[in-house]
Write a protein that binds this ligand. Sequence first.
Ligand code: OGA
Ligand code: NI
Length: 359
Amino acid sequence: METKQAAEAKWSHGKTIPVKNVQALASDAAELTEEAIKRYIRPARTSDVVAHSSQSIPIIDLARLLDSQTYRLEADRLKSACEEWGFFQVQNHGIPDTVLENMRNDLEHFFRLPLDEKNKFGQLPGDLQGYGQAFVESEHQTLDWCDRLYLVTQPPQEREMRPWPTTPASFRESIESYSSELMRVTGSLMGIIARNLGVELDRDTYANQALRMTYYPACPVAHDKVLGISPHSDISILTLVWELNLVEGLQIKRQDAWVPVKPHPKALVVNVGDFLEILTNGKYQSIEHRVAINPHKERMSISAFHLPKYDMSVGPISEILAGGELKKYKTLRVDEVAKVVFSSKLDGKKTKEYAMFSV
Ligand code: OGA
Ligand code: NI
């Protein structure tokens, strides 16, 4: 009994307004005018504020982190990536090529299915999981230029299989393998992040995982007036993003400019989420980011969000506070925060601001 109701409470949100499938909208080239896509057009051009600097996010080597000979130096690099960037790429992650290839092939196959086929695994009213769009609460909201397949993947007992696609036939297995590889990489990174912070972190702190598999169609008519994802920070502890067809689009906010992240064929993008910022009392910041759209190329990515168990309470860890340092964030139960965030009651406020003590 408990499980169904609890699952509903965890993932349900208010009424989401159904909107058009973006891939279908974009595929009708004759219809693709600014008027036809006016619900996606933003007041400010999205290309105005992109930094053309040579800055690029740090690259961390997981094999070096796991080797006692090279550990110290690489762990220091990870520490400064967390402190100074909030974003980094991880290479030598050890995920077998076959796991990545199967996942890429099956996800591309799925996105190419006719809309009716994909909709068999569509979001149901009040559920975030399945194929569909992000939460839409108003007819006036500017929409994101993407469709997504969103699934809760870990721990296994939290899975609800209905929205897991069965076409292609190997897809569920591919998701399962990808999901567990990402749990392993996350476990390794979190272990070292904890050591860098000088604390023990319970595995429950990153035991929940959800995958957001996103399809961003090309937008030839107005690519610099639409966004694939509006500026946001992630509610996670740690997010791992795979830019699987290597099309650029992700941009991070740094010194008031948007810095593009260049996809790396052998690396995943990792970012600090709001809950890690809260745990570290702001020593590691969860950085705002967004996704820009290419005029000619479709883009696909998979974000893996890792979250603490829902019945945990998360707040700044006392041991890492310097003498006299005040807690900037409240200690809140994860399911309470998730409920507020997923029902979009934050009024545009981010999770971390919701948790922050007002000054
Ligand atoms: C996200 C996100 C980035 C991307 O899903 O929260 O920021 O590259 N995705 O798709
Ligand atoms: Ni994000």
